[in-house]
Design a protein around this ligand. Structure first.
Ligand code: SAM
Ligand code: DTB
Ligand code: SF4
Length: 332
């Protein structure tokens, strides 16, 4: 282990704040047991290892999106049959759904829209949704596409806690997946979110045909931000029929676990979210992800449009693993 100083990761030195891709890659390539040990060590220094934060998603505007993200069921530009576009959901309906999520144990409510960016005429309704969910005592999160500095400030003033905007992959691989916006556009929105004073939720997708270096580079970009994202969703591609990536080769589950471990080590104080793709993972793979430092999930039967394991399955898995929900303030 010549390239990196494991004293940093094993808790005998202050947390590293700048990562080179060589250091990160060397960690990824460690023998599996060594990588898991380092990830658990870092995890236990920063979190209760038996608590997982639970968020619920709602698609407030589905389908008909102008972007061409190669993985997404909601793009109007996908090669195959397109999903019908819905209108922006009424505020009352959103709040009724949020109440159900709260009753089901969610502590954060995430609202997503299939937009390239919000139109200014949509902002009043979006603001009312944030205010309403906040008033229920849940944390609020939105993912609406690119934001101007002004839109970011409007959302912050409404009480939005988190904004989700993923890098999705490395800068190098980005243009293979999306052509209608750039990696730099994504970083600009993340800057606008941070400058407005909101917490950042940013991560990516694995299993899109990317290399290990692409995975490592994406995490290096996130970890080297002036402030690392508070929440780092790692999605496993859900291959959607009709999208450009419908036949992408599935990722080896142990490589998925390695990437979670790397995210945990490189961003020790962030929540690492085991996001999309859990329906296709065995319970054993999910258990390894939690062992590697994942400590946040989406609950419920549906993500935005795709399936999620649901309460019964997750409840049984958490009982088997002795895992409980994290309290709202992050304490256990
Ligand atoms: N339109 C907004 C945007 O793209 O930022 C927000 C919604 S978008 C669906 C949120 C994220 O979901 C994407 O950035 C991507 O990381 C993830 N995602 C979308 N489709 C996915 C799929 N089929 N499998 C895994 N993750 C997916
Ligand atoms: C994220 O990284 N994953 C969530 C959330 N952010 C918005 C979305 C997953 C979407 C999976 C595909 C679907 O449901 O359409
Ligand atoms: Fe649109 Fe977001 Fe889907 Fe891309 S990921 S097509 S921006 S909804």
């Amino acid at each position: 282990m010549a390239l990196i100083d494991l004293a940093h990761v094993a808790g005998r030195a202050p947390a590293k704040t700048y990562w080179t891709r060589e250091e990160a890659r060397a960690l990824y390539d460690l023998p599996f047991a060594d990588l898991m040990f380092e990830a658990q060590t870092v995890h236990r220094r920063n979190f209760d290892p038996n608590r997982v934060q639970m968020s619920k998603l709602l698609s407030i505007k589905t389908g008909g999106c102008a972007e061409d993200c190669g993985y997404c069921s909601q793009s109007a530009r996908m090669p195959g049959e397109k999903m019908k576009a819905s209108k922006l959901m009424e505020v009352e309906r959103v709040l009724a759904e949020a109440q159900k999520a709260k009753d089901g144990g969610a502590t954060r409510y995430c609202m997503g829209a299939a937009w390239r960016s919000p139109k200014d005429r949509d902002m009043d309704m979006v603001v009312a949704m944030v205010e309403g969910v906040k008033a229920m005592g849940m944390e609020t999160c939105m993912t609406l596409g690119m934001l101007t500095p002004k839109q970011a400030l409007t959302l912050k003033d409404a009480g939005l806690d988190y904004y989700n905007h993923n890098l999705d992959t490395s800068e190098r691989y980005y243009s293979e997946i999306i052509s209608t916006r750039t990696f730099a556009d994504r970083l600009e929105t993340l800057d606008n979110v941070r400058l407005a004073g909101m917490k950042v939720c940013a991560g990516g997708i694995l299993g899109m045909g990317e290399t290990v270096d692409d995975r490592v580079d994406m995490l290096v970009t996130l970890a080297n931000m002036d402030e690392a994202p508070e929440s780092v969703p790692i999605n496993m591609l859900i291959p959607i029929p009709g999208t450009k990536l419908e036949n992408a080769p599935p990722i080896d589950p142990l490589d998925f676990v390695r990437t979670i471990a790397l995210a945990r080590i490189m961003m020790p104080e962030s929540h690492v979210r085991l996001s999309a793709g859990r329906t296709e993972m065995s319970d054993e793979t999910q258990a390894l992800c939690f062992l590697a430092g994942a400590n946040s999930i989406f609950v419920g039967d549906t993500l935005l449009t795709a399936d999620n394991p649901g309460e019964d399955h997750d409840g049984a898995l958490f009982r088997r693993l002795g895992i409980g929900p994290e309290a709202l303030d992050g304490a256990s």
